[in-house]
Design a protein. Structure first.
Length: 273
């Protein structure tokens, strides 16, 4: 009886694998081969329907929450902990939505595919259910913010869905993943333009607060305090030339201060004693 049960479980597992990797496949993925330290770069991903004939994207009730993940070096994060995607459909007009950082998704990715030493998963979930009726492609533009450390790194991206608990067998979330994608962070990166926010962050070693001085531009900025895990732990609108952020609620350790003014971004590493 035990042997028969194991065999049945193995068959179910194979069925799940077929479902997982048959729902979607990559249309394209593109990441820069070089980027500047502490400056945002953008990775572009596009998925399309998989080859599984069981997929029924003609069903108007075909919808699900979308899941996303990126394997990042410690200290790196998705800029603003959010990004936009576009759902292109043959049945309706193109629609846009947002992916936001999600702790449950981050933990799930770590459990399914443990990050190697020096890396962490950033997991996200769509803000609403994504309509897959007539789904043709879904395009993602992911802004990645590295630290000021130069060197060669490898990133990996994953896209999937939450899964359908009413499905026979109650399948778990499905994912497709890119291979490891190399990128060099260097001050000599060959880029069309450099966009650096004009801001000063000080002191870099503190036990209570930091100051952020910005060049007055008429555009309100935003500062985020990012833990080495990539999670944003504090944020503040920069609506003055001189701004002070109270850090007393944060634990001692290393953090990054990410300043964004308009389309310009700057990152500064700090230490809280």
């Amino acid at each position: 009886m035990k042997k028969r049960t194991l065999l049945r479980n193995a068959c179910v597992a194979l069925f799940f694998i077929a479902v997982f990797f048959g729902c979607y496949k990559w249309k394209s993925y593109s990441q820069p081969t070089q980027a500047l330290p502490s400056q945002v770069f953008t990775t572009i991903l596009s998925i399309q329907p998989g080859d599984d004939p069981a997929n029924d994207y003609t069903n108007k009730d075909n919808h699900d929450f979308g899941l996303f993940g990126v394997l990042l070096p410690n200290g790196w994060t998705v800029d603003q902990d959010e990004f936009e995607f576009t759902n292109n459909s043959d049945s309706t007009e193109a629609t846009t939505g947002w992916v936001y950082f999600n702790e449950t998704q981050t933990a799930r990715l770590q459990e399914l595919d443990p990050a190697p030493l020096g890396y962490h998963w950033w997991g996200g979930k769509t803000d609403d259910i994504v309509n897959l009726w007539g789904f043709r492609t879904i395009d993602f533009n992911i802004p990645i913010l590295p630290t000021d450390e130069e060197g060669n790194f490898n990133l990996k991206y994953t896209v999937g869905d939450l899964g359908d608990p009413t499905h026979p067998g109650k399948r778990e979330p499905a994912y497709i993943k890119t291979p490891l994608m190399p990128i060099e962070i260097t001050a000599n990166a060959s880029l069309d333009k450099t966009v650096i926010a004009e801001a000063s962050v000080y002191p870099t070693v503190t036990n209570a607060f930091i100051n952020i001085d910005v060049v007055k531009s008429g555009v309100a900025g935003k500062a985020r305090i990012v833990a080495m895990s990539g999670k944003t732990v504090l944020s503040k609108v920069l609506d003055k030339t001189h701004n002070t952020i109270d850090l007393n609620a944060l634990a001692a350790g290393n953090y990054f201060v990410v300043v964004k003014i308009g389309d310009k971004t700057k990152s500064q590493k700090i230490m809280i004693k």
